[in-house]
Design a binder for this molecule. Structure first.
Ligand code: GRF
Length: 204
């Protein structure tokens, strides 16, 4: 499967995905078609290039959402992605974008999306002294962090007494589960459809 990985900043999840493609759970299942950013100067974009990934960018600064997203869809289509994988892509996607890749856009959110949506999820967990938070991988729909959940993984936060420690523990889980969840999804979607029982029974 061909992946378009979208980021706006640091890109640590992108690095974890690329590592998984190169020598981890996504090996032989996925390839990185492109790493795209709406921030041409994003550190993650340079990191991706250094890892040998094709990269592309368009600045979203001062652009109208629908118009910018239409341009991004055009750019991404040139790379023929099977999945659009959001990895710290700090934009809400317009309906045009969602429809262009319907059911094939994934996001990772560092909290239970039923309890917390949007930015600052680790701050939220830290300030509320949660004993545990949940990393959520979900399909993206037109809401903010509302799409169908593919996987959730707990992060033990007991004894994490700084925000940095909360983030360190959470990111370690993010980096493992995003690739794992994507690998499972690709395998499921590659698997031949099961033969219905009745049809199987009539084959002699
Ligand atoms: C991660 O915490 C991710 O869950 C959230 O944004 C952050 C991106 O970090 N959506 P990075 O750019 O992957 O390092």
């Amino acid at each position: 499967a061909r992946l378009a990985i979208l980021l706006s900043g640091r890109g640590s999840n992108m690095v974890a995905l690329v590592n998984a493609v190169q020598h981890g759970v996504l090996q032989n299942l996925a390839e990185v078609a492109v790493v795209f950013s709406n921030v041409p100067a994003a550190p993650g974009l340079a990191t991706a290039a250094g890892l040998g990934c094709p990269t592309a960018s368009r600045s979203s600064q001062g652009r109208k959402r629908a118009e910018f997203d239409a341009e991004v869809v055009d750019v991404l289509r040139q790379y023929q992605p099977d999945y659009v994988v959001l990895a710290g892509y700090m934009r809400i996607l317009s309906p045009t974008f969602i429809r262009a890749f319907a059911g094939r856009i994934l996001n990772i959110h560092p909290a239970d999306t039923h309890q917390h949506q949007g930015l600052h999820a680790y701050e939220w967990a830290f300030e509320n002294r949660l004993p545990e938070t949940k990393i959520t991988v979900h399909l993206v729909d037109e809401g903010l962090d509302t799409g169908p959940i593919l996987a959730q993984h707990p992060v033990d936060l007991r004894g994490a007494d700084t925000l940095a420690e909360v983030e360190r523990r959470g990111l370690a889980v993010e980096h493992r589960v995003y690739a794992e969840t994507l690998a499972e999804l690709i395998k499921q979607q590659l698997a031949p459809t099961a033969v219905p029982q009745a049809a199987a029974a009539t084959v002699h």
